[in-house]
Write a protein that binds this ligand. Structure first.
Ligand SMILES: [Cu+2]
Length: 322
C-alpha cells in the first residue's frame, strides 16, 4: 500500500488507542534530578523539643535522586507539591478507564526509568531492566521516554476496597539502589465514576500519603540510617493537618530492606482498615494500604512507627485535627 495510506492508517490506529470511548489520557511530565535532601531541615526534634539527638545531629543532608513533576514538556516550571509529600515523587492519579502517559526525562547521571505497580502496561512501558527488556527499561542520562500505563478494571478498587487505591512507582534498573536513592512515588487510582475533576475520590475530604522507609545513606552506619516518613525524621514531616469533621484517607506505603517492617500508628483516632477498626497498620517493604479516618477529635497527635528501635531513631511525627 502507498506510504501515505500506511501513515494515515498508523495515525488512525494510534488515535484509536489513545482515545477509546470513555478513555481519558492524563499526561505527566516527570524528570529524575539529583538534589541534596535534608531529612531534618529544622535541625530539631520537633516531637520532643530540643536538638536532634546523636548520631544524626549534623548528618541529615545527603545526596538523593528524585522524581520532580513539571507543568509541561518544557520541564521549566515545577508543579507545586504538598509539603507533606516530602522526598516522594509526585502523585500520579488516574480513574479506572484512563490512560496515563508519563513523559519521563532523565536529568540525572545514571540510567533510570519508571516502573509502576497496579497499572496495565506492555513490555515497553514496564520500566524494568531484565531480559527481555522493553524500550522503557532504562533511560540514558539526558534522554527521555514516554510510558503508557492503563488503569483497567484490575487496577482499581475491588469488592470490599475503598473508592481509591494506592500503588508504588519506582525506578527498576537496579531497584534496591534506586529506591534508596529516592526514585519512588505514589499512584492513586480511583474507581470509575468516583473521581472529582482533580481525580481525588468524591467520598473523601482530604488525603495524605505517607511512606515508611529507612534510607541507608552511609553504608549501614547508624548516623546514615534515616528512619524516615516521606524522607523526614523526628517530626520534621509537617503539614499533616486535617479539618475537624472531615473524612481523611491515609495512603500508607512501605519500602526498603529486611529491617523495614513498620507499624504505622495514630494517636487520637482509630481508622477503618480492611473492614475493621484499628489504629495500627502493618507495612512490609513494597506494601500499599488505605485506611480511612473520621477526623473528629481536635488536637495535635502523635503519628509514628510502632517498632521500638524505629521510634528511638526518629520514625515519628505529629498530625493535627484543627
Ligand atoms: Cu518502623
Amino acid at each position: 500500500m502507498p506510504v501515505s495510506l500506511r501513515l494515515l492508517m498508523s495515525a488512525l490506529l494510534t488515535a484509536a488507542f489513545s482515545h477509546l470511548p470513555g478513555q481519558t489520557v492524563r499526561n505527566y511530565y516527570i524528570a529524575a534530578e539529583e538534589v541534596v535532601w535534608d531529612f531534618a531541615p529544622t535541625g530539631l526534634d520537633l516531637v520532643h523539643g530540643g536538638a536532634l539527638p546523636s548520631p544524626w545531629a549534623g548528618y541529615t543532608r545527603w545526596k538523593k535522586t528524585r522524581y520532580i513533576e513539571y507543568m509541561d514538556a518544557s520541564y521549566r516550571t515545577k508543579k507545586p507539591q504538598p509539603a507533606w509529600l516530602g522526598v516522594l515523587g509526585p502523585i500520579i492519579r488516574a480513574e479506572v478507564g484512563d490512560i496515563v502517559k508519563v513523559h519521563f526525562l532523565n536529568r540525572a547521571s545514571g540510567y533510570y526509568g519508571m516502573h509502576p505497580h497496579g497499572f496495565r502496561y506492555d513490555k515497553d512501558s514496564e520500566g524494568a531492566q531484565y531480559a527481555p527488556a522493553g524500550a522503557g527499561a532504562q533511560i540514558a542520562p539526558g534522554s527521555s521516554f514516554t510510558y503508557t500505563w492503563v488503569a483497567d478494571e484490575d487496577s482499581g478498587p475491588g469488592p470490599g476496597d475503598p473508592s481509591s487505591l494506592v500503588w508504588w512507582y519506582h525506578s527498576h534498573v537496579n531497584e534496591p539502589q534506586e529506591t534508596n536513592l529516592g526514585l519512588l512515588g505514589p499512584i492513586i487510582i480511583v474507581a470509575k465514576g468516583m473521581g472529582r475533576a482533580d481525580l481525588t475520590p468524591k467520598d473523601v475530604d482530604q488525603e495524605f500519603v505517607t511512606a515508611f522507609f529507612i534510607f541507608d545513606e552511609d553504608k549501614g552506619k547508624e548516623r546514615g540510617l534515616m528512619h524516615s516518613i516521606n524522607g523526614y525524621i523526628f517530626g520534621n514531616l509537617r503539614g499533616l493537618a486535617a479539618n475537624n469533621g472531615s473524612k481523611v484517607r491515609w495512603y500508607l506505603l512501605g519500602m526498603g530492606n529486611e529491617v523495614d517492617l513498620h507499624t504505622a500508628h495514630w494517636h487520637g483516632k482509630t481508622l477503618r482498615y480492611r473492614s475493621r477498626q484499628t489504629d495500627v497498620v502493618e507495612l512490609l517493604p513494597g506494601s500499599m494500604a488505605v485506611a480511612d479516618m473520621k477526623a473528629d477529635n481536635p488536637g495535635t497527635w502523635l503519628y509514628h512507627c510502632h517498632v521500638a528501635d524505629h521510634i528511638d531513631a526518629g520514625m515519628i511525627t505529629t498530625y493535627r485535627i484543627d
